[in-house]
Design a protein around this ligand. Structure first.
Ligand code: NCD
Ligand code: ZN
Length: 345
């Protein structure tokens, strides 16, 4: 197969940032994707419906002329989130999910949740109104090894929460381990997972072998090869519980190439090409559409996009810029470390 047509994809986990960075990156998403779940970890975070409304307006204002793109807004869960505000946000059609960042788990998460008990009233309301909770599934306990943080989160936070509130729909974001995949598969309902492009391609060697490579550092950090293979199997299986969330997370190069570099990998620009490569390699091109365009809308209760995109395999490798220039500074583009022959035409 050298040409495939699929329904236009959506990105179910995206960092668009704000200001000059937003203006510099949004076109790379709106070129291929119709919609995206927009992460609320700005500084300060998007915590109220009013914040989300204002952020949505800034996103729409930054959109390249002529592009159609629907930002699906989320709220950043804090211990003080107002359940009535969340319900009003959903009822108005603006809010599509609430995001749980365990405090300190990742970029701009210090205002996240420390004590789950304090979040229960909001979570109970969300269960009642059918609003999904997106979780960054890592514990932040200093004693827990960074490579084990997802597995420990499942055991000590996610599973107890699901037992306490089985009616709550939970999206386990950017799954990086076979533990996460197995846990999602074992659930009878109300649990799904997003998988990033880069976690299908790199394992932890990419970050550490031959020198420290900050542009492969993200959170949750890439794990060993057996985990990557489990993610690949899940993504390419067509199983409706798994779908694309790129977690494309731009940081300017000086903030990544330094003594304490930020976590985040920028993949919006070449995600669809990389995914076509991955799915072809696994003999699953016919299931790319399920992963990138069908399973996500079904989970979020939305119709799949009506229009389509076509991917074509080129004889010569397709070239992407090594960096994009934004008003905030240069952002290095994810390098999959293999030649990519697929392009969106
Ligand atoms: C994200 C960011 O930079 O906002 N970074 C990342 O490595 N994925 C935050 C996140 O999703 O964890
Ligand atoms: Zn993210």
């Amino acid at each position: 197969m050298t040409r495939i047509s699929i329904r236009r994809p959506d990105d179910w986990h995206l960092h668009l940032r704000d200001g000059d960075m937003l203006k510099g990156v949004i076109g790379d998403s709106s070129r291929h994707f119709a919609r995206a779940i927009i992460m609320p970890n700005l500084v300060p975070p998007v915590v109220t419906t009013q914040d989300a409304q204002a952020y949505r307006q800034r996103i729409m204002a930054a959109l390249p002329a002529g592009d159609r793109f629907e930002p699906l807004m989320t709220l950043y869960l804090t211990e003080h989130t107002d359940a009535d505000d969340v319900e009003a946000g959903k009822a108005s059609g603006l809010i599509h999910a609430v995001k749980l960042y365990p405090a300190g788990a990742t970029t701009n998460s210090h205002g996240g949740v420390r004590d789950m008990d304090k979040a229960m009233p909001v979570l109970e309301r969300m269960a009642k109104i059918g609003l999904p909770l997106c979780v960054h599934g890592e514990v932040t306990t200093p004693e827990v090894d960074i490579f084990d943080r997802e597995a420990v989160f499942i055991e000590t936070v996610l599973d107890p929460l699901r037992k306490r509130l089985p009616e709550l729909k939970i999206t386990m974001e950017h799954v990086t381990t076979s533990n996460g995949i197995d846990y999602i598969k074992s659930a009878e309902n109300n649990l799904a997972g997003t998988i990033t492009t880069h976690h299908l391609i790199i394992n932890r060697n990419a970050i550490l072998v031959g020198g420290i490579r900050p542009h492969y550092y993200c959170l949750p950090v890439a794990k060993r090869e057996s985990h990557r293979l489990a993610l690949r199997a899940a993504a390419t299986s067509g199983d409706s519980r798994f779908f694309l969330g790129t977690d494309s997370a731009p940081h300017v190069d000086p903030l990544k190439e330094c003594g304490c570099g930020c976590a985040g990998i920028y993949t919006s620009i070449n995600t669809m090409s990389c995914l076509a490569h991955v799915f072809e390699e696994d003999g699953a091109l016919d299931r790319l559409e399920a992963f990138s365009s069908l399973n996500g809308p079904a989970w979020y209760g939305l119709a799949p996009n009506e229009d389509r995109i076509t991917l074509e395999k080129q004889a010569e490798p397709v070239s992407f810029p090594a960096k994009i220039e934004t008003g905030a500074g240069p952002v290095t583009v994810f390098d999959p470390m293999f030649p990519v022959h697929w392009s969106v035409v």
